[in-house]
Design a protein around this ligand. Structure first.
Ligand SMILES: Nc1ncnc2c1ncn2[C@@H]1O[C@H](COP(=O)(O)OP(=O)(O)OP(=O)(O)O)[C@@H](O)[C@H]1O
Ligand SMILES: [Mg+2]
Length: 322
């Protein structure tokens, strides 16, 4: 059942941000902006960092958790499970959809079953030699190829491997870091696009498509965080049939994983017209200049209103069923 704006005024809203994933910095920005916007409209909001706060006491202090966490631990079903167990309403998707959205190969497997285009991929198996992986990539995907962590985000540890030599270096570097599970995708040259979905008064609304032209070779960490390193359009300047297809696919993805409340689905659009789904984000960045807020603004939803819609998603989630 949807709650009204008046209901929110009586709630203690805990904005969960930080955490210990590699996306901590982005999460702190999401949380800080969301917290400020909620306070500015007179709501009772406090931030809590799961990296330092004893989460067992959260239930005594808040009535609802606004999840501004990104990456493993916060976006993968883990914290969702503990909030379910503690009986604290929380924003966004439940345990299963969060896990499905976080683990790119599982998500891509579902897309493939649904006959939705996603770049071909191979997993880097740490139990086999790097040489074997290189030959598998050479024989199945070719070069350039695109390397990314299976459960990453924010373009961290991701990049283009122009040849086998580069791929070897990237695989070895990532394995030395915390990204144990890596994948390699077919490289798709194109325009990165994203579609946001957010529940507004009980109905999932599809936001205008956002496209970006990064100055770098791809939409990397730096271009995501520095406006001067990219040109973006929202609504997208791509033709309407293309943007309509992305909106349609974003809705299918939402239903496919059983998402709730909010979702951002990322695409590549190639010059050939190919539209391919890269991944989805069950807890998209919430910062005021981020993609979700930009898409909401383009559809007439100001940032503080967006944050209130997001908080309300905690109260419309069906009871937990895996
Ligand atoms: N297969 C690919 N071919 C070419 N470029 C790619 C490919 N996959 C990803 N990219 C580039 O990397 C960017 C980030 O990719 P992706 O969305 O998969 O990663 P992410 O780290 O999960 O992102 P987010 O910040 O949305 O969590 C894309 O926008 C695109 O520029
Ligand atoms: Mg992405």
């Amino acid at each position: 059942m949807a709650t009204t704006l008046t209901d929110l005024t009586s709630l203690r809203i805990g904005v969960l941000c930080g955490g210990d994933s590699p996306e901590r910095a982005g999460s702190l920005a999401s949380g800080e902006h969301a917290h400020r916007a909620l306070r500015d409209v007179g709501l009772n909001a406090e931030t809590f960092d799961p990296a330092s706060f004893r989460m067992e006491s959260l239930g005594d202090l808040v009535d609802v958790a606004l999840l501004a966490l990104h990456g493993p631990g916060g976006e993968d079903g883990k914290i969702q499970g503990s909030l379910e167990t503690a009986g604290i309403p929380y924003t966004g998707s439940g345990v299963l959809a969060s896990a499905l959205g976080m683990h790119k190969p599982t998500f891509k497997g579902l897309l493939t079953q649904e006959r939705i285009d996603t770049p071909r991929w191979v997993m880097v198996d740490p139990k086999i030699s790097v040489d074997s992986t290189l030959s598998m990539v050479r024989n199945t995907l070719g070069f350039p190829a695109f390397v990314k962590p299976a459960s990453g985000g924010g373009s961290l540890a991701a990049g283009i491997a122009k040849d086998e030599h580069a791929l070897r270096a990237m695989v070895e570097a990532a394995q030395a870091e915390q990204y144990a599970e890596l994948m390699v995708e077919e490289y798709v040259q194109g325009i990165p696009c994203t579609v946001g979905l957010v529940e507004v008064e009980g109905r999932v609304q599809t936001l205008p498509v956002h496209d970006v032209e990064p100055k770098a070779d791809f939409y990397d960490y730096a271009s995501k965080h520095d406006l001067s390193l990219r040109t973006e359009h929202c609504p997208s300047i791509l033709p309407a049939p293309t943007t309509d297809s992305m909106k349609y696919l974003a809705n299918r993805v939402f239903r496919m994983i059983g998402a709730h409340g909010v979702l951002r689905v990322d695409f590549m659009v190639a010059a050939s017209g190919r539209i391919t789904v890269l991944e989805c984000n069950t807890l998209p960045g919430l910062s005021e200049l981020g993609n979700l807020a930009t898409m909401a603004k383009a559809s007439g939803i100001p940032y503080p209103t967006l944050m209130q819609h997001v908080v309300r998603t905690a109260f419309t989630k069906p009871s937990y069923v895996p």
